[in-house]
Write a protein that binds this ligand. Structure first.
Ligand SMILES: Cc1ncc(COP(=O)(O)O)c(C=O)c1O
Length: 409
């Protein structure tokens, strides 16, 4: 590997150094200090521009500073930002109605981060298991998949099988049963009378954009229905246009009992997540049993409503699908030339780098030097999730940069 390394100036280096003095090490960022963003592009403090192919792990599906989302935020900033749920606010109802309609469900429970939506989904599933299904007290179990990533709270990392996420943070909550991802028969075999839910990502994001075999989601749906078990789809990264459909479950025409949404729901402006389900599921939570000071705040609701309105027309999904097909053709050409495999779903791709050409991190650093932001996952995989507003020519340019990096230039 001889391609050019990313070089930063003294001012950027000083900013990174001063940040590292006071920030705990929860991420391993690439060495770039971003100060502006517009659409698919960001600019660093030195004035260099980069094409953002990560989109904050899909939280920026609509790009940086989308004018329609900014307008909704600005308008709401001047009116009302926070009430807490101690009172009603005039934005939450319209947001909940719009999001429920987008998902074809009855009810929405708004939270903030993705991990909170997952935690909420677990609580709802357990409550449903006891109150509706009749599972004996404290005996409910939830089936999860190997390789999952659902967030970083202690309950959630307790059912991760990634040692970096999990080791050293126990003891963990019981009640989770692991099965291999993509294996519907394993889910069937793991069912017991105590099973309340199956919780999966329809496409595993952090694992490296791992797409299950065709028919898996339909089979999970059928198995859950037959066993009176909730199918919970964590669409926090895969949902809201990322894969060229509103939800990744749409790829198989499947409707889960519960959607977990986050990231792009906040329009790239603030954290906003939600659990979306029908009344017979979400209705099990009674007043006072769950909450969040900021969950459902009017600013987030105004932004979320605008995001839903933007998705309602379907243009972003159509664009994501077409651009994704275009991207896949370009990426497939790299297989055998430094890339061992690519997996593409809509505008989301996992690119496995041949170890002889470097690690995922090394490739990401060299892409950075060429003005492309991407991020590695699990050592050898480069994961990209360009904003849905990116142009085909920009994708072509980015793939060309990857080609040059792999060629050692
Ligand atoms: C599928 C999935 N679920 C949950 C989360 C957690 O979201 P957050 O980081 O907002 O807590 C993530 C984050 O990457 C995710 O990809």
């Amino acid at each position: 590997m001889t391609s050019q390394a990313h070089v930063i100036d003294a001012a950027s280096a000083a900013m990174i150094e001063s940040e590292s003095q006071h920030l705990a090490h929860n991420y391993h960022p690439l060495p770039v200090v971003i100060s502006r963003g517009e659409g698919a592009w960001v600019t660093d403090v030195e004035g260099k521009r980069y094409l953002d192919l990560l989109s904050a792990y899909s939280a920026l599906n609509f790009g940086h500073g989308h004018p329609a989302i900014l307008a909704a935020a600005r308008e709401q900033l001047d009116r009302l930002t926070l009430t807490s749920r101690a009172y009603h606010n005039d934005r939450l109802g319209p947001f909940a109605a719009a999001l429920a309609a987008l998902a074809g469900k009855d009810m929405v429970l708004p939270m903030n981060t993705g991990a909170e939506a997952v935690e909420t989904g677990i609580k709802v599933a357990r409550a449903w298991g006891y109150r509706v299904k009749g599972i004996e007290t404290d005996a409910a179990t939830i089936i999860v998949a190997d390789g999952n990533f659902h967030g970083r709270t202690t309950t959630i990392v307790g059912f991760s099988d990634d040692p970096t996420a999990r080791d050293g943070f126990g003891p963990f909550a019981p009640g989770f049963v692991h099965v291999p991802f993509g294996d519907a028969a394993a889910i069937e075999a793991a069912m017991t009378p105590h099973t309340a839910a199956v919780l999966i990502e329809p496409i595993q994001g952090e694992a490296g954009v791992v797409i299950p075999p065709e028919g898996y989601l339909r089979a999970v749906r059928e198995i859950c229905t037959r066993n009176d078990v909730l199918f919970i789809a964590d669409e926090i990264q895969s949902g809201l246009g990322r894969v060229g459909t509103t939800f990744a479950c749409d790829r198989e025409g499947v409707v889960p009992d519960m959607y977990l949404l986050g990231k792009a729901l906040g329009g790239g402006i603030l954290p906003l997540s939600a659990v979306v389900a029908d009344r017979d599921v979400l209705g099990v939570i009674g007043p006072g049993e769950h909450g969040s000071t900021f969950g459902g705040n009017p600013l987030a609701a105004a932004i979320g409503l605008r995001v839903v309105e933007m998705l309602r027309g379907g243009e972003f999904q159509t664009r994501g699908l077409a651009l994704g097909e275009h991207l896949e053709v370009k990426l497939q050409e790299l297989v055998g030339h430094g890339v061992t495999a690519v997996r593409v779903a809509g505008l989301w791709a996992g690119i496995d780098i041949d170890p002889a050409f470097g690690t995922g991190r090394e490739i990401a650093e060299r892409l950075l030097a060429r003005g492309v932001l991407a991020k590695d996952t699990h050592g050898q995989t480069l994961r990209i999730a360009p904003p849905l507003v990116v142009r085909a020519t920009e994708l072509d340019w980015a793939v060309e940069q990857l080609k040059l990096v792999l060629a050692g230039r």
